[in-house]
Design a protein around this ligand. Structure first.
Ligand code: IPD
Ligand code: CA
Ligand code: CA
Length: 265
């Protein structure tokens, strides 16, 4: 599969988002649900991605955060978060990213996370590795959790697992170099694949938050599962809502923690 056109489509839309940020103000913001914001930038970026990507791969379907849905069972489907980290974007804080994954049947086969704060393009192709602007990403020998940083997302709209979340957080405070909450799950996962973070866990995520990042982590030699390490295919994994990820050593430490602390749905 020639994927360079996919990467260029993601780059073009990301660059458009960066240019819109220069003129952006709070009048453009709408509230979708509790603490869930959106603007014309998210919506137009999704439309641009859908048009470009489906014309590069005729017959492909889409699952997009801003309503684009035309899933083709068993076919090729794009899973699109046009702007992951919308709250950061609105507050003019990095990071925020375009996150796009391609699923073939029930397998993730291609992914891109274009992080717009540093303008870094992370890509992965199933069985062919993960890259940042052409540099190979390899976390197979990454540090254990106690010598690393953990990324997470704080609960902001669904608070049912708050006690478990706080317990996991406390264990990470004690068992790592520190915890970071940057506000873009796709970027968190890309940065696990890049070895900046050694581990990541978050609850309450949607398919478009995690699909691209899961393939990036996996293709860099790391692991990404639900909180319990359950064997799920990619179709179910992106929909399961909870992700624990890391390089192999840190993942082992973190999965022990999340599977102990959280309760299986
Ligand atoms: C959000 C970001 C954030 C995570 C939230 C997501 P959005 O996506 O990934 O880091 O904590 O759960 O919803 O709404 O900015 O695309
Ligand atoms: Ca998102
Ligand atoms: Ca989004």
């Amino acid at each position: 599969m020639n994927t360079s056109g996919f990467t260029e489509a993601v780059r073009a839309v990301g660059d458009w988002i960066r240019s819109e940020r220069r003129e952006f103000n709070a009048n453009h913001v709408e509230t979708k649900a509790l603490n869930s914001l959106v603007s014309y930038v998210d919506q137009q970026a999704e439309q641009m991605l859908i048009e470009r990507l489906t014309s590069l791969l005729p017959g492909s379907g889409v699952l997009g955060e801003e309503g684009g849905e035309s899933w083709i069972d068993g076919g090729f489907n794009w899973i699109i978060d046009p702007l992951d980290g919308t709250t950061n974007f609105i507050h003019d804080l990095p990071p925020y990213a375009v996150s796009v994954a391609l699923m073939q049947g029930r397998d993730l086969v291609w992914a891109a996370v274009y992080e717009l704060g540093q303008a870094r393009m992370f890509t992965a192709e199933r069985g062919r590795g993960a890259f940042c602007d052409g540099r190979v990403l390899d976390v197979r020998h990454g540090a254990p959790l106690r010598d690393g940083l953990v990324a997470t997302g704080f609960p902001y709209h669904e608070f049912s697992q708050m006690p478990q979340y706080l317990e996991a957080l406390q264990a990470c405070f004690r068992g790592s170099r520190g915890v970071r909450r940057f506000g873009s799950a796709a970027t968190d996962l890309a940065w696990v694949a890049d070895g900046r973070f050694q581990g990541f866990f978050e609850h309450g995520l949607a398919p478009w938050d995690v699909a691209a990042g899961i393939l990036l982590v996996r293709e860099s030699g790391g692991l990404a599962t639900n909180f319990f390490g359950t064997e799920l295919d990619d179709y179910d994994l992106v929909r399961c809502g909870s992700i624990t990820a890391g390089n192999p050593q840190s993942y082992r430490d973190l999965i022990q923690l999340t599977s102990d602390v959280f309760t299986q749905p």
